[in-house]
Design a binder for this molecule. Structure first.
Ligand SMILES: [Fe+2]
Ligand SMILES: [Fe+2]
Length: 275
């Protein structure tokens, strides 16, 4: 098998310009795989349509949810919240053959392989707030955000039902995912929406937004596991960085006002493995 392992995130197809970009995404080689690391869109129908059409074009599509998929907006025809909403996405992905964090991890056998590609869903728990312990930072994070004049968009939109909070849901996700990753032999590409490390959030213009960007519980994963590359998005700061010698790829498209600052069009998906 030839081809490349590609990655993109934060397509936000609710914006017409971004939808046109997503509609035009096509493999350069029939063997290309595409990682879609969350924030495809804000409504169930938008996310489903985009994933289904990408799955028709790419040899394999690997998806993990972002916070925007997990929003339950009053206008959405699918009113599911929290875990039930995530499970409805899983059902939809199964129908279209899209790989989710709950499936067997596929092995990329093309150039640069064999490498196991693991979509991971670990959410956030406010522990990226300086000084916070995992799970106990929400009140302090909200206070810091208010003081900075920020209203974190997830609050009131992202529901964790039946968990009492996103932090509790995140704790379970980290435990389950960590066990699965420990059982993988050989090199890995991890794909998550939120960065596995706090360090990338240092680039945020609004530091008070960091508590909504991940969990310190995943901080050791890139060195504990044989990670070839860690793909993430969410920050809307596309770039490549290295942490402890491991390549991190922020692959977001972001909102039109963001990508327009950099170029006339969003960049093509990032090449993670392959020529
Ligand atoms: Fe996003
Ligand atoms: Fe996000």
């Amino acid at each position: 098998m030839a081809g490349r392992l590609l990655a993109v995130s934060d397509l936000h197809v609710g914006y017409p310009e971004n939808r046109r970009y997503a509609d035009a995404l096509a493999p350069g080689d029939p063997g290309d795989w595409l990682i879609v690391a969350g924030d495809v869109g804000e409504t169930f129908a938008d996310v489903g349509f985009a994933l289904a059409s990408l799955a028709r074009r790419f040899a394999k599509v690997i998806w993990t949810p972002g916070n925007h998929e997990l929003w339950t907006l009053p206008s959405d025809q699918v009113p599911l919240r929290g875990v039930a909403r995530y499970e409805a996405y899983l059902k939809l992905c199964r129908r279209f053959g899209v790989v989710t964090p709950e499936d067997d991890y596929p092995v990329w056998d093309g150039p640069g392989g064999p490498v196991t590609v693991a979509p991971v869903f670990t959410l956030y728990d406010y522990s990226f707030l300086a000084g916070a312990r995992p799970g106990d930072g929400r009140a302090a994070a909200l206070a810091a955000a208010r003081a900075a004049g920020l209203r974190p968009a997830d609050e009131g939109r992202l529901h964790a039902d039946p968990y009492p909070s996103a932090a509790k849901w995140s704790r379970d996700r980290v435990a389950v995912t960590g066990r699965r990753l420990a059982a993988v032999a050989g090199p890995l590409v991890l794909a998550s929406h939120w960065p596995l490390l706090r360090e990338p959030t240092a680039a945020l213009r609004q530091q008070a937004f960091a508590p909504w960007c991940g969990t310190t519980r995943t901080a050791g994963w890139h060195t504990r596991f044989p990670v070839r590359a860690a793909v993430y998005g969410h920050l809307h700061i596309p770039r490549t960085t290295h942490h402890d010698g491991v390549r991190f790829e922020e692959v977001s498209v972001g909102y039109p006002r963001e990508w327009r600052r950099r170029a006339a069009a969003p960049p093509p998906p990032r090449v993670i493995l392959g020529a």
